[in-house]
Design a protein around this ligand. Structure first.
Ligand code: GLC
Ligand code: CA
Length: 561
């Protein structure tokens, strides 16, 4: 399938946690039935796809990323028929569904692990996981969840051996050296393909294989297995997205995007640079990271998240340089005292000090850069968080739908709720919720919807070439997106002070320029084109013969209704 024809090219992905999204049966836990009832909202908002964090049976020691059965649904969320109903309704609403595929590990309660512990040492059953008599193997692999674990190995009394776990001790790593494991996991891919899912977010892909003397990330054998996954998907002849979660610098994440491997990968380095740019008011490093990402993998195969269900992962200096981490720690309002393992454990709005201008600015970048913008549920409202909850739960609290009890998330009594809805000052669900914001024309929610409408009407933002333009101001990033039919110019000011600058648009000299969001005419393009951007301001301009250049059957004036 040509990349341009794939549904995921430039798609806007909305990430949600089904347990926290909407409770359909009133037991206090969000479920698939509840989510199905919110599809009309998601359609109204204008996202292309939803990515569901794991929905499989699990003891939930790691938010469902500890799975006991890969081919079923957690009973609190529903069953395979409710999944089928969700998928069918999503497809009729024009929304694709992406599932989390956790390849690296299972729950320690998975039948495979229980069988492995009791099986004889060295047997095929035992070797479904990675065992050792020596807990010092692979010593160069960092402990990822260092707040909770001090080693990647855990002693098992029954097996009388150590087992490897790159994450929690409740999540033993599968042994990909064992062909049986590879077959089983390819079978899981087939299982969900047959059920009609539109994509997989491949969790923790770098860690499938291990070797001595390195970080155990992205080894050649890991890439070889991912190519097998791709082959399976291609054989199904379905247009299915394979999206890698690899928290690695751009040059190390890029190899997952070879043509016969995965379609997309999150650009976590870019995420860190976006925050650092807002924190420092300077966009030079951000610009460099963007250019580098486009040099190694041009087009829109990078998925662009701001926040997700994890901490804002900054790492140990490997993902981004130490001074970038320092500028985030020093410059972002709510980052102090909220460090979890390797990053800041807050939601977007508190990190931005509740400033909707910064929320708009960062999303305006996401929605106009080449890639797949990822919107984390609740961030379209500027929802807050609950610091103090355990692990990453502060960022996983119930979606706020209405000012009614529990934010309309559930009719259950408070103690039964999966997590407490936000009532923190400034973020109280009685104020920050979908129903209220829908009614307010200037709300963040309505802004997001408008931006997504504009994006849909401007295919250059989805498919167009990307070029960074010279900027004479250190806080302002300027770039263009050009398709055969149109050229969109973007400028964004990452600082808390206004910025005026001159742009050299001699390349388009004489062309009509028009600001997209509000339809305001600007002077014709020339080499001395002056713009002023307020604090955290940005603009999208159409440059050229705009009336003819907006393709689809939608006239530009519709943008400005
Ligand atoms: C990924 C997930 C995270 C999970 C981990 C282990 O990083 O995003 O939530 O804890 O993998 O599966
Ligand atoms: Ca429920």
């Amino acid at each position: 399938m040509a990349e341009r024809d794939s549904w995921w090219k430039g798609a806007v992905i909305y990430q949600l946690i089904p347990r926290s999204y909407s409770d359909g049966n009133g037991d206090g836990v969000g479920d698939l039935q509840g989510l199905s009832s919110r599809l009309s909202y998601l359609r109204w908002l204008g996202v292309d796809a939803i990515w569901l964090t794991p929905i499989y049976p699990s003891p939930l020691q790691d938010g469902g990323y500890d799975i006991t059965d890969f081919e079923n649904i957690h009973p609190e969320l529903g069953d395979l028929s409710s999944f089928h109903r969700l998928l069918t309704s999503a497809h009729s609403a024009g929304i694709k569904v992406i599932l989390d595929l956790v390849l690296n590990h299972t729950s320690h309660l998975h039948p495979w692990f229980q069988r492995a512990r009791w099986a004889p040492k060295g047997s095929q059953e035992r070797n479904v996981y990675v065992w050792s008599d020596d807990p010092h193997r692979y010593a160069d692999a960092p402990v990822l969840f260092r707040k909770f674990e001090s080693s990647n190995w855990e002693w098992d009394e029954v097996a009388q051996q150590y087992y490897l776990h790159r994450f929690l001790r409740h999540q033993p790593d599968l042994n990909y050296e064992n062909p049986w494991v590879q077959d089983q996991m390819l079978g899981v891919v087939d299982f969900w393909l047959e059920r009609g899912v539109d994509g997989f977010r491949l969790d923790a892909v770098p860690f499938l294989f291990e070797a001595e003397g390195n970080r155990c990330e992205g080894l050649p054998e890991t890439h070889a297995f991912l190519k097998k996954v791709r082959k399976r998907v291609d054989e199904s002849c379905k247009d299915v997205l394979l999206l890698a979660e690899a928290i690695q610098p751009v040059e190390e994440a890029a190899p997952y995007l070879e043509d016969d491997e995965l379609h997309g990968a999150f650009n976590f380095a870019l995420t860190a640079h976006l925050f650092a740019a807002v924190a420092s008011g300077s966009c030079q490093r951000l610009t460099r990271c963007l250019q580098e990402a486009q040099n190694v993998v041009p087009g829109c195969r990078w998925a662009l998240p701001l926040r997700n269900h994890d901490e804002l992962w900054l790492g140990d200096g490997h993902l981004v340089p130490e001074d970038v981490i320092q500028s985030i720690r020093a410059g972002l309002h709510q980052s102090h005292g909220h460090w979890l393992n390797w990053g800041v454990n807050r939601r977007l709005a508190p990190l931005l000090n509740g400033d909707p201008r910064a929320n708009r600015l960062l999303h305006a970048l996401l929605y106009s850069l080449p890639g797949m913008p990822c919107l984390y549920y609740g961030d379209e409202l500027g929802m807050g968080d609950w610091p103090g909850l355990r692990d990453r739960d502060p960022n996983r609290t119930p979606m706020a739908w209405t000012p009614a009890r529990n934010g309309g998330f559930s009719s259950a009594p408070d103690p039964l709720l999966v997590l407490p809805p936000i009532t923190a000052p400034g973020y109280d669900y009685r104020v920050v919720n979908v129903e209220v914001q829908k009614e307010l024309p200037g709300s963040l929610l309505n802004w997001h919807r408008r931006m997504l409408t504009c994006r849909r009407l401007l295919p250059a933002l989805r498919f167009g070439d990307f070029d960074l333009l010279e900027s004479s101001h250190p806080s302002v990033i300027v770039y263009s997106r050009c398709s055969e039919t149109m050229m969109v110019l973007v400028a964004a000011n990452l600082s808390a002070a206004g910025a005026s600058l001159r742009l050299d648009l001699s390349k388009w000299k004489g062309a009509r320029t028009r600001e997209v969001l509000w339809g305001c005419e600007y002077p014709a393009a020339d080499e001395n084109w002056f713009v002023y951007l307020p604090a955290y301001g940005f603009s999208w301009w159409l440059v050229g013969e705009v009336e003819d250049s907006v393709d689809q059957n939608v006239p530009l004036k519709n943008l400005n209704n």
